[in-house]
Design a protein around this ligand. Sequence first.
Ligand SMILES: Nc1ncnc2c1ncn2[C@@H]1O[C@H](COP(=O)(O)OP(=O)(O)OP(=O)(O)O)[C@@H](O)[C@H]1O
Ligand SMILES: [Mg+2]
Length: 274
Amino acid sequence: MSHVRNNLAASLAANAGAAASANGHRIFTEHIVGGFGDTTVLKGISLRIAHCSLTAIMGPSGCGKSTFIRCINRLHEEIPRAWVTGKIILDGQDIYGADVDPVAIRRKIGMVFQRPNPFPTFSIYDNVAAGPRLNGLRKRHALDEVVEKSLRHAALWDEVKDRLERPGTGLSGGQQQRLCIARALAVDPEILLLDEPCSALDPIGTERIEELLVQLKKEYTIIMVTHNIQQAGRIADRTVFLLLGEMVEEGSTSDVFTSPKDPRTEAFISGRFG
Ligand SMILES: Nc1ncnc2c1ncn2[C@@H]1O[C@H](COP(=O)(O)OP(=O)(O)OP(=O)(O)O)[C@@H](O)[C@H]1O
Ligand SMILES: [Mg+2]
């Protein structure tokens, strides 16, 4: 595993400056316990997420990574038999408060999934315009502006500006994933959640998304689930390691990778399990 370590060391050195600049906290999760029916999947996760930072969530398959991020934008509760307790404070407000509309929360906290999922019958333009239209934006000129801005933000504009009326599903996998990121950005979210956004992509598509996320974290608070340990080392400011629904370790990516506090983190990072 020494080559893995060397590559990681190089990525971490490049990433250290960014980690140092992240300050101020945006989201707090307080003792999140959740699951499905009789099964408890998340066993008390308390985490602070800094403003304009990228946090990677790692852990073996089935440990609860997707469940946890779905709790953060209240998508978890849409699944039959799902339940959750604890608090998630976003900018001082508990998003599970009695008077909070989950739809408004999902507008503030956008999500991108593992498999690119453009709306199948929609053009590239309509995929990006769908959210703003749902929010009541009707004027063509205003929609054009949002679509262009979002596609530029997602580093896709130059590749699609001449074929906006073609179906979104006609793009490559990596382009479709950037389209989904553009669609999420079009409603002007404050937080972006990504659940293994590169796992269906080739190395070039993955690199484009990583470059994009490094740009986006200057403006957005990003939480990303990844199976790719190297990827966390390359682009995340903070890294969280989950195991069987527990948060084993959380810290700056360089600390978690170079001097993990828990031997289970060390074992996971060096590829001994997971
Ligand atoms: N809809 C569901 N109903 C019942 N149990 C579920 C459901 N979705 C997930 N689970 C269970 O919750 C646990 C955590 O699942 P989750 O999808 O959060 O894991 P994960 O860490 O994202 O895994 P992976 O890396 O494979 O995506 C698993 O044991 C899974 O079987
Ligand atoms: Mg998952």
